[in-house]
Design a protein around this ligand. Structure first.
Ligand SMILES: Cc1cc2nc3c(=O)[nH]c(=O)nc-3n(C[C@H](O)[C@H](O)[C@H](O)COP(=O)(O)OP(=O)(O)OC[C@H]3O[C@@H](n4cnc5c(N)ncnc54)[C@H](O)[C@@H]3O)c2cc1C
Ligand code: SF4
Length: 338
């Protein structure tokens, strides 16, 4: 039996799938288009709800994947069904024959500049959640002032938004805003921090506690209402207007920094990859699972599987759990085929 399994994408979903497949005695190969493993998690400073440093989560994979073949800066040129296996041509010209393919191609972030009204790329002190993670890691971004006295977060940027073409909730950005607000408050204890939200979606273990701590211990203000207008003041600050729907009054705040919570949207390459193996994608461009209850990590075609956010927004623990499930699905598929 050909026990080679191709994993497309070397984020935490692909890495965990490879770790599990290896433990099950199979031979995973990771194809990653960028120059390193880790995907988005490698870009985040620390992870909610325990503020665990991302590098601590990723480090164990160095050891676990040391015998796994990893092809960096490599992409898929074509995938063809052989009788039982798949023949995959890589961008480096190599052809791999494998008995199953696991797609772990992750997500991209909504391009905040598309919501022109929030001023990303126009005003000096408007950044995204991703930019802020980069700042936590490097402490270098001239858009972040040295001593901000007021900071705001706008939730649901490009999510739950018909005009932006994405009506889905991005699932992780309410809790990410809370995490980032706490980190900023620790850095700038004298600053006032405001989160402008439509409604808070805090579904995970300990998330509600995290939210209560943010208010009680860090004094972060939560204002329910969509931001209607952002503009730059004459002294270079950012002015935000919103409706506080809890008290039924308009609010106007001047800020030194505005952070836009860009939502998780599908990886643009899904469409082409899916097309090459005649798999459907969902309306929102994420890969379509066999079903959304018990077969989320399976495609509707023999030998094709999914792990992580390539099927929709997910947290790291959910992604890791799915990667384990995908590995087990692959193992059972091969066992059933013998
Ligand atoms: C701002 C922000 C902060 C977050 N913070 C947290 C947090 O604190 N805690 C938490 O639990 N979750 C957090 N998340 C969610 C977390 O980022 C995801 O759960 C996680 O990144 C999903 O991993 P993944 O492997 O599915 O996808 P990704 O991280 O997107 O990895 C996908 C990988 O596939 C590669 N790839 C894509 N296409 C191809 C291709 N065609 N060929 C080869 N390689 C390809 C990419 O280069 C990438 O390396 C956060 C999300 C956001 C947006
Ligand atoms: S998780 Fe929160 S911020 Fe993100 S889209 Fe859903 S409601 Fe909006």
């Amino acid at each position: 039996m050909n026990n080679k399994i191709l994993i497309v994408g070397g984020g935490i979903a692909g890495m965990e799938t490879a770790r599990q497949l290896k433990a099950l005695g199979l031979n995973p190969v990771i194809v990653e288009k960028s120059s390193s493993l880790g995907g988005h998690v490698a870009q985040w400073h620390c992870l909610f709800p325990d503020m665990t440093p991302s590098r601590k989560v990723l480090e164990p994979y160095d050891e676990a994947l040391k015998d796994v073949e990893i092809l960096l800066e490599t992409e898929i040129s074509s995938i063809n069904r052989l009788q039982k296996d798949y023949s995959v041509v890589l961008s480096n010209g190599r052809t791999l024959n494998c008995s199953a393919v696991v797609f772990a191609t992750g997500f991209r972030l909504f391009e905040a500049e598309r919501k022109e009204e929030y001023g990303y790329g126009i005003y000096d002190h408007v950044i995204t959640n991703k930019d802020l993670e980069a700042w936590f890691n490097t402490r270098s971004d001239e858009r972040v002032p040295a001593k901000p006295s007021a900071i705001g977060f706008v939730h649901c940027v490009g999510s739950r938004d018909l005009k932006a073409g994405n009506t889905q909730c991005s699932k992780v950005c309410c809790i990410t805003a809370i995490k980032q607000a706490i980190e900023l408050k620790e850095q700038f204890p004298n600053s006032e921090i405001y989160c402008f939200y439509m409604d808070l979606r805090l579904f995970g273990k300990k998330y509600e506690d995290f939210y209560i701590n943010a208010q009680r211990d860090f004094g972060i203000h939560f204002i329910r209402g969509r931001v209607s207008e952002v503009c730059e003041t004459i002294d270079g600050r950012v002015q935000v207007k919103a409706e506080d729907t809890l008290v039924g009054k308009p609010v106007k705040v001047k800020l030194d920094l505005l952070v836009l919570m860009s939502g998780i949207v599908c990886n643009k390459e899904n469409q082409a990859l899916a097309h090459s193996v005649q798999m459907p994608v969902d309306d929102d461009g994420f890969f379509r699972s066999k079903d959304n209850i018990i077969s989320i990590t399976e495609a509707d075609r023999a030998g094709l599987f999914y792990a992580g956010t390539c099927t929709g927004p997910k947290t790291v623990p959910e992604t890791v759990a799915e990667a384990r499930s995908a590995a087990l699905n692959v193992y059972n598929y091969l066992k059933g085929r013998k």
